[in-house]
Structures are given as structure tokens and as C-alpha cells.
Design a protein around this ligand. Structure first.
Ligand code: FES
Length: 94
């Protein structure tokens, strides 16, 4: 299983543990680190499949990849619909 993912960002995404919910971030690519109800820092799951609607945060979309992708192929996803829109033979695996 493989997928093509298009990235357009030219800067990193940063999670700042010093920012609190409601704080104004210093830049559009800076976000507060997630916290639990008591205000403790939570484990942050970073999306490694590339199709999360909340990228770079994992939103569980990787489960759809496991079900929909076929070994030996490269898949292009429409993130909005969570559908594979193109599938080709993975030449690197052939
Ligand atoms: S790893 Fe991509 S949504 Fe979870």
C-alpha cells in the first residue's frame, strides 16, 4: 500500500506547549499543544498517512487507508470525500 500526497506548505507546523487555549498564536503555523480537561499536556498523534482532514493531526483517517488500499498499488485520495480517486500499479514495487 502506498499513496501520493501533495504538500504545499513552505514552513513547519509548530505546537507550542506554552500557548493556552484561546491565546493568539504568534504566527498562522503555530498551534497550542493539546491539553486534557485538567490542563495537562496530552499525547499528540501526528498523521503519517497524509489524508487526515486535520493534518498534521491524526483524525483516524488512516483506518480507511487500511481498508481501501490494495497492496502493490499507489493511491491518490480525495481527502474531503475520503475516497480513492486514482489507483495505479506501484512501479517501485513491480
Ligand atoms: S495517521 Fe493519518 S489520520 Fe491517522
Amino acid at each position: 500500500m502506498a499513496r501520493d500526497v501533495r504538500f504545499t506548505a513552505t514552513a513547519p507546523i509548530k505546537f507550542d506547549p506554552n500557548l493556552k487555549p484561546g491565546d493568539v498564536p504568534p504566527a498562522p503555523n503555530v498551534f497550542p499543544w493539546p491539553r486534557d480537561e485538567q490542563g495537562n499536556l496530552k499525547t499528540l498523534s501526528i498523521c503519517a498517512c497524509g489524508i487526515s482532514a486535520k493534518f498534521p493531526i491524526c483524525d483516524g483517517a488512516h483506518k480507511v487507508c487500511r481498508e481501501a488500499e490494495e497492496p502493490g498499488h499507489v493511491h491518490v485520495w480525495d481527502v474531503a470525500t475520503r475516497k480513492v480517486v486514482r489507483k495505479t500499479v506501484d512501479e517501485k514495487k513491480a
